[in-house]
Ligand binder design. Structure first.
Ligand code: CTP
Length: 401
């Protein structure tokens, strides 16, 4: 589960204490865990235990009483690869069946992009009640997966069906859920991605670089890995962290280093997506020592860097798919088409810094995709995670056109 983002929702039932064990299991398996608790669940397990074990602050209210900050349910929903509500009480079950939105957990569930798994827990008569059965069926009709309650000793002292599935069973269901998300089209594919800026050294302390954060390329790497591809990510200098069981990261600084790694890997990959903002030039000479200032102006001679994408296009077999990016400030389509042809690409992702919310450093992007069959598809402004999914879908469908 390395790299998986599991959002846990705890509701107010006695089985809540067992979630401490579930968090430990998920963390041990490499997942990132964030937790939202309903106010009622705080009587059954301390938020301090939950935040300590998960390594993240716990969301309880819509806003944080300590500093007045807002707990953004939409951000939780975008972050998570899956939402797991355990234990699910009869009360929260009924609210979900009716779309009630009176706490942070329910608001997050309603704004989730990915799927939800629930592990009901209640006393046997409540579990057997027709309204419970009906509500569970309703949840299933929404696409929610139920991890069924088991039979055994209940907190009331009664014996019967209603015990929450054990943490091991819930962890296994989550693992199986992730396995079902894999797409066979991607599971046998190796993908090469370039991302981030390159830094071209001037002297030991200075460089020529650009504002690229690498977020778009990292989102693509995650999206492809989530679908089952084996991803090689050649990443320029960035603060962003990447940790996923199917992403192998090679960190580089300069364009020449990026090219060297691409040259080693490209022949073994079936798909390449080159999103790096490569510096087109580098200083002709790198000073050994820090350049001292003088009264005269300073001239740095720049030489051309290799075009990495062009190299990949020239060394592409007919089975390989190659996708490039074009960031333009004018004549987007015309310049994009020229790059598509010159670099022998199958598709090119076009974007411009002129769209609000698109470009370097931000979490959103607005793209169009042009392919070498002259199809053009325009997309709305979306989060980079959603944009990555659109690009990956486009590439998959492209092969069947
Ligand atoms: N690219 C590359 N190596 C370079 C320059 C660009 O691999 N030295 C790749 C980028 O990763 C991107 C595509 O080429 O996928 C287009 O990059 P862009 O900077 O938009 O275009 P350039 O080809 O550099 O042309 P220009 O800067 O003149 O627009």
């Amino acid at each position: 589960m390395r790299g998986k983002r599991v959002l846990l929702g705890i509701t107010g039932g006695i089985a809540a204490y067992k979630i401490a064990f579930l968090i430990r299991l998920l963390k041990k398996n490499g997942a990132e865990v964030k937790v939202i608790m309903t106010p009622a669940s705080c009587d059954f397990i301390s938020p301090l235990v939950v935040s300590t074990l998960s390594g993240n602050p716990v969301g309880i209210e819509f806003w944080n009483k300590a500093d007045g900050s807002w707990n953004n349910h939409v951000e939780y929903g975008l972050w998570a690869d899956v939402l797991v509500i355990a234990p699910l009480t009869a009360n929260t079950l009924s609210k979900m069946a009716n779309g009630t939105c009176d706490n942070l957990l329910l608001a997050t569930w309603l704004s989730m992009k990915s799927n939800t798994l629930v592990a009901p827990a209640m006393d046997l008569d409540m579990y057997a009640h027709p309204s419970t059965k009906e509500n569970l069926q309703r949840l299933e009709s929404f696409g929610i997966e139920i991890i069924p309650a088991t039979s055994g000793e209940l907190a009331s002292g009664l014996e019967g069906e209603g015990r929450m599935a054990e943490p091991e069973t819930i962890a296994k269901s989550i693992q199986e859920y992730f396995e079902r998300q894999l797409d066979p089209w991607f599971t046998d594919k190796k993908v090469l991605i370039t991302a981030g800026p390159t830094y071209e050294a001037i002297d030991p302390v200075r460089f020529i670089g650009n504002h690229s954060s690498g977020k778009m390329g990292i989102a693509l790497a995650r999206e492809l890995a989530e679908r089952g591809a084996e991803v090689h990510l050649i990443l320029g200098p960035t603060k962003e962290q990447v940790d996923h069981e199917r992403i192998q990261v090679t960190s580089v600084n300069s364009a020449e280093e990026m090219l060297k790694n691409v040259q080693e890997l490209w022949k073994d990959c079936q798909l390449g997506i080159f999103s790096a903002a490569v510096s087109d030039y580098r200083p002709a000479n790198v000073a050994d020592q820090k350049i001292k200032k003088s009264d005269a102006s300073l001239h740095i001679e720049l030489v051309k860097n290799p075009d990495i994408l062009l190299w990949a296009g020239e060394h592409k077999s007919s089975e390989q798919l190659l996708v490039g990016f074009a960031l333009e400030t004018e004549n987007l389509l015309e310049n994009g088409r020229k790059k598509l042809e010159k670099k022998q690409l199958n598709c090119i992702v076009l974007n411009t810094l002129q769209d609000n919310g698109a470009g370097f450093g931000v979490d959103t992007n607005k793209i169009s995709i042009l392919d070498n069959h002259n199809n053009l598809q325009e997309f709305e402004l979306k989060t980079k995670t959603e944009v990555a999914a659109d690009i990956v879908d486009y590439v998959k469908n492209y092969t069947t056109k």
